[in-house]
Design a protein around this ligand. Structure first.
Ligand code: SF4
Ligand code: MSK
Length: 650
């Protein structure tokens, strides 16, 4: 299955790239070939922090005008990127907190809290008394405490208490426990200002603190509050690829990150009035489609199909069938406006934080989101008759999505025994070698998703269960890896597990901010027992094969700071400094149990990760896979039947 999808998926991308060339439109894929990366900046050796420079340090001994060394410059550049990534995730979270507050105060009558149980759980985790409080009262209290997380002064972030005790102690011992989210981001900018912190290790410590404020702060808040507001994902079937765009319907593509815009449009697009107007305009209906992480959010919660990943944003417009593309924040290419101009497509921005020249701006605020969503849908319907020639690749690939932390617990233990114990047991008895999170973006410099496809294929072949998020998940969904049928590419034991539980070998956990689900899952794996007393003792790892975003650097750093070995593909933004490379690898491993390395060779990434899982297993005394008999579901049923018969005879 996966093999067949792979070929088709590539071929129709190429078809549209050809179309772009004929129309004289450039895409990120063509621009990535034309623009070579700066050979000095690519390894972090360029400093532009002040106007005595920019200073480009080409040799190991060189210094900037201020005397800054290569170690200082690369660590400062890295820390600044982490701060930018943390700020992006956390500002996204802040917008959701304001949405929750607006709902709690009754300011958005059309939006209701979907997961009251999760609201109560978060409230209890935070020590809020839940008895005798209404849902809206609790929502207000949770929102207010969530807002405080951005500016905490003498307290640690609330969600740090989810981490295993040993991890919390490690952060305390190393003075890494983050304070308020905004505090850490602002302090990173100050420390890395020209003439401030000049010691690489100290600068990197601040990068760790800031990343932790993202993972256990901003990203976790964004995940939990989105679940409370819009529902905690459950397994669902959906589809992906450009073929989900429909020739005879009004196509609205939602792109970006904040789920509010997409949720509001989804809600109003189903109103009868709009369905009727769409019919009057000659369309059979209204088709909502996601791109990038907005796609992940609405795929996970509603099974809304996705046209693809980060690399597909320009290609969707090139089909000529997108009546309107609506964007909010992050990962939105400025080139979209130029591509849209060649077609009838309306490009709509919705956030004051992301204005694009040439786009129509319809600003969404929590209080008026449904009204603004109606304006967007109306505009899309109006635009439908203006379509010219369309060219929609016919291929679409089915997928299974919705593996929230809660759903994985339910899937493995049912409603009353929900836990990750079964996952731990499979690792303990050697059926599974471990768990690897494959995260992050697509990078057009890598070619058509070679990295994501290769690492996932190799991991499942080696009986490693894969959790995927972000655009990587959308990529491998296109290759059929998010389907139970992909078990045919898995190692024999993982295949049997997938067959008996009824899951794909690659589980889709959601968007970029949903990487915080990994922290919750890894913490629970420790608590559920048998795999040591810290995240750093688990046979787990993270791979970010095709990173491009500062957010990816923040994610990788918070996973490392939480005790995980993380490998990034593509290239190293700190490669200019051997000292910084060493500090982030062996140095962090000694200090915090996790480490971050950059390795452009995908075969080596897999070798290193498998070796790491083996070492972790050995340290736990688990050894290699046990020689045991594995049964598929039919054989298990037969055994159960015989056991019951025997009981009856005794
Ligand atoms: Fe150059 Fe120092 Fe200014 Fe950086 S901070 S640009 S190294 S003078
Ligand atoms: S959208 S940050 S390309 S995963 Fe979250 Fe995709 Fe990376 Fe953007």
């Amino acid at each position: 299955m996966a093999k067949k999808e792979r070929k088709d998926s590539q071929s129709f991308n190429e078809e549209l790239i050809e179309k772009a060339k004929k129309l004289g439109v450039s895409t990120c894929l063509t621009r990535a070939k034309e623009i070579k990366p700066c050979s000095i900046g690519v390894t972090g050796a360029c400093c532009s922090l002040c106007y005595m420079g920019p200073c480009r340090l080409a040799g190991g001994e060189a210094q900037g005008v201020c005397g800054a060394t290569i170690d200082t410059i690369t660590s400062r550049n890295f820390a600044r990127s982490v701060a930018a990534g943390a700020a992006a995730h956390s500002d996204h979270a802040r917008d959701l907190v304001f949405t929750l507050l607006a709902v709690a105060l009754g300011k958005i009558p059309g939006i209701k809290i979907k997961d009251e149980e999760k609201l109560r759980k978060v409230a209890l985790d935070w020590g809020i008394k839940v008895e005798s409080k209404t849902t809206l009262e609790l929502a207000k209290e949770v929102a207010q405490i969530a807002l405080d997380q951005f500016s905490l002064k003498n307290k640690e972030l609330n969600f740090l208490s989810r981490a295993p005790r040993k991890r919390q102690d490690c952060w305390k011992k190393q003075a890494l426990s983050p304070r308020g989210i905004d505090w850490e981001v602002a302090e990173t900018l100050n420390r890395t200002h020209e003439g401030t912190d000049q010691e690489a290790e100290s600068i990197l410590n601040q990068a760790l603190r800031t990343a932790l404020a993202d993972g256990w702060g901003g990203s976790m808040l964004a995940t939990e509050i989105s679940d409370i507001l819009f529902g905690t994902p459950k397994a669902a079937l959906s589809r992906i690829n450009l073929g989900v765009i429909k020739e005879d319907e009004v196509n609205i593509v939602v792109h970006g990150h904040n789920p509010l815009v997409a949720e509001a449009i989804l809600q109003v697009a189903n109103e009868n009035e709009f369905k009727k107007t769409a019919l009057e305009r000659g369309a059979k209906g209204i088709n909502l489609i996601g791109i990038c992480c907005t796609a992940n959010e609405i795929l996970m919660r509603h099974g809304i199909p996705s046209a693809g990943n980060f690399l597909h944003q320009e290609l969707t417009i090139l089909t000529g069938a997108v009546d309107l593309m609506v964007v909010d924040v992050q990962c939105i290419m400025q080139a979209l406006a130029e591509v849209a101009k060649k077609f009838h497509t309306k490009l709509v921005t919705t956030s004051s934080k992301t204005r694009i020249p040439g786009a129509i701006h319809i600003e969404f605020n929590p209080e008026d989101c449904l009204k603004k969503a109606r304006e967007v849908v109306e505009l899309a319907i109006e635009n439908f008759p203006r379509r010219l020639k369309v060219n929609i690749p016919s291929k679409e690939t089915p997928l299974v999505t919705g593996f929230s932390h809660e759903y994985i617990n339910f899937m493995l233990g049912g409603k009353y025994l929900a836990s990750l114990r079964e996952l731990n047991n499979s690792i303990i008895d050697g059926r599974l070698q471990g768990v690897v999170a494959v995260i992050g973006c697509n990078n057009p410099r890598v070619g058509l998703n070679e990295g994501h496809r290769y690492v996932v294929k190799e991991l499942i072949r080696n009986n490693v269960v894969v959790f995927q998020t972000g655009c990587g998940a959308l990529t491998n969904a296109q290759y059929g890896f998010l389907l139970p049928e992909a078990m045919e590419e898995a190692g024999p034991i993982l295949k049997v597990i997938c067959k008996s539980v009824g899951i794909p070998p690659v589980l889709h956990l959601g968007s970029c901010v949903n990487n915080s689900r990994l922290l919750t899952i890894f913490s629970q794996m420790v608590k559920d027992g048998g795999l040591g007393n810290d995240i750093s003792t688990l046979p787990v790892a993270g791979i970010c094969p095709e990173w491009k975003s500062e957010k990816a650097l923040s994610i990788g750093t918070y996973l490392a700071a939480s005790g995980v070995y993380v490998l990034f593909g593509v290239g190293s933004p700190v490669g200019a400094s051997c000292k910084v490379v060493e500090l982030m690898s062996k140095g962090w491993e000694r200090k915090i149990g996790g480490k971050l390395e950059f390795e452009p060779n995908y075969q080596k990434i897999i070798q290193k990760v498998l070796e790491h899982l083996k070492e972790k297993r050995k340290a736990l005394g688990l050894g290699p896979e046990r020689d045991r008999e594995v049964h598929d579901i039919e054989r298990r049923r037969a055994l159960l039947w015989w056991r019951n018969q025997l009981k009856g005879w005794q």
